[in-house]
Design a protein around this ligand. Sequence first.
Ligand code: RM4
Ligand code: MN
Ligand code: MN
Length: 396
Amino acid sequence: MTGSHSETVAHALDRLCIELPSWGFANTGTRFGKFLQPAAAVTIEEKFSDAGQVHALTGSCPTIALHVLWDLPNGFDSVPDLARLSARYGVNAGSINPNYFQDQIYKFGSFGNPDPEVRSAAFRHTVESIEIAKRAGSRDVSLWFADGSNYPGSANIRQRRRWFEECLRAAHQHLAPAQRMLVEYKPFEPAFYHTDIGDWGMALLLARHAGTQAKVLVDTGHHYAAQNIEQIVAWLLAEGMLGGFHFNDRRYADDDLTLGSIDPYQVFRIFHEMLTFEWETGDPADIAFMIDQSHNLKGKIEAMIQTVTVAQELFCKAALVDRAALATAQASTDIVRAESCLQDAFSTDVRPAIREWRVAKGLAADPLNAFRESGYLERITRDRHDRNMSTISSYA
Ligand code: RM4
Ligand code: MN
Ligand code: MN
């Protein structure tokens, strides 16, 4: 690795921040059931503690995303505790995620529900989430809606779109000037005929309608197979509308597998578009990166460390693309040379330079091994085992 490679890698890692999902440390499962892990986190304190371990070992995860219903059951009243948890575990509250899919009232949707009472309940929950974010010092309120329908004819698609427009616009008025509202899209699941915010175009139109602080949130798994996600990223960047990106990988649908486990080149290409945007415009892309994975089989903390490591590697590889050479090759339609610029960077082994950066920062040279040797997992397994294994849970 040449000196300049090491510098590029160090510079890339210094700025790479990846938010951890609180629910990624908890026992979650597939719709068929959960395989309980004795070390899983239940309380918000445990989630902060586990996230703190990942940040201490990787140096890249200073914030933890919170789900209002799961982490802050007393709404506002739960907020003061966050400052104490941040001070104790070294990670701050990150994006605030309202929950529109768990309560019984949301059977037929939230903002898209034909029942005005349900729409206003969902709206109140959104406003409460914005206020929680303000008080917690969180910039982003991330909105994902399970709304949709299962059968043709059962929902008035345009009417529901209007309700979404109204609710999002009204919610936007509650944002403080520095806050953002992120609108996530997903083509299917849990609804299987139509989803109210089904793709990036719908999310873009709704965000534009809501107000200037609303941006689009892209989740790797929320695309049909073979969709060109990096092109969507490039277009949203060009529009100044890419606000967040959820990390995971997929083979079939929204599988929430480990980032880069199936297609690392795709993640590289996505990072490449983001960094090229910055190189060309001189503007920071200002994209909130978050891991959106909750592992059912892998150890939860290990899986997070692995994901962060993969993200660091792929981000550094993307930073190594010779963009001046690429621009020249593109301008002269030298296709092979242009493609090689990406391939050369992608095949560079950045691990030695990343290791150097870690050591220089006083971080563990190998975060996963350091975690395995730390004794933390054994300690939390002892502490949480009895409680966790007595939790009975099944799909039906
Ligand atoms: C959705 C989406 C959201 C996440 C929920 C739990 O598929 O990815 O971002 O909060 O799952
Ligand atoms: Mn997501
Ligand atoms: Mn998802």
